[in-house]
Design a protein around this ligand. Sequence first.
Ligand code: 5RP
Length: 218
Amino acid sequence: MDVNEKKKAAAHAALAYIKPGMIVGVGTGSTVNFFIDALSQSRIDVEGYVASSIATEQRLKAAGLTVLDLNQTGDIPVYVDGADEIDPYFRMIKGGGAALTREKIVASASRQFICIVDDSKEKGMLGQFPLPVEVLPFARSYVARQLVKMGGNPTLRQGVTTDNGNVILDVVGLDFTDPVNLEKEINNIPGVLDNGVFAKRRADVLLVGGDSGVQTHK
Ligand code: 5RP
């Protein structure tokens, strides 16, 4: 099975968590795009979808699906999203698609987070994937220096402006022994909007597409 078939299989398995009348949070990325395709084919009669990015909003609308404003939905029953890495405790690195801040907001507003990945994303420990940090352009240099003091090596993601008008620093070399603390520590730097460690709001269910089908972990 190639990687896209694995992503597609995990995305299709997430349909089992979507019930008629629900509001559904929708993440961002290639795996989620397969989920949106599956939703549009399934015709489950949900109330609507909350998008975690402009790209996802456009894709949902193009598929004829109803997009709702998070400010008008209250808490969301279920959120479906991919990840760049996920560890055995369901903590993740996200933001490869630069959508990490809105993803974390929608995930945090949701009661259940279903993570859909291909099996290359499962890691014993987080930290091989460069950690995306969303930063106000005004603070870019200052934040980069603070990340260096923490042991990191940040690189500005070229040509990328987030949906919130900010830049992304991709950071390697950080210590992921305590992801909850790392997430907090980076977010305490003035000028950081959010970072791609999802340790406080972990996934609740993990659907992994692999050669022998989809494994469900809870
Ligand atoms: C976007 C994300 C994505 O979930 C992550 O990058 C995984 O993407 P893909 O499904 O394309 O592998 O965090 O900001």
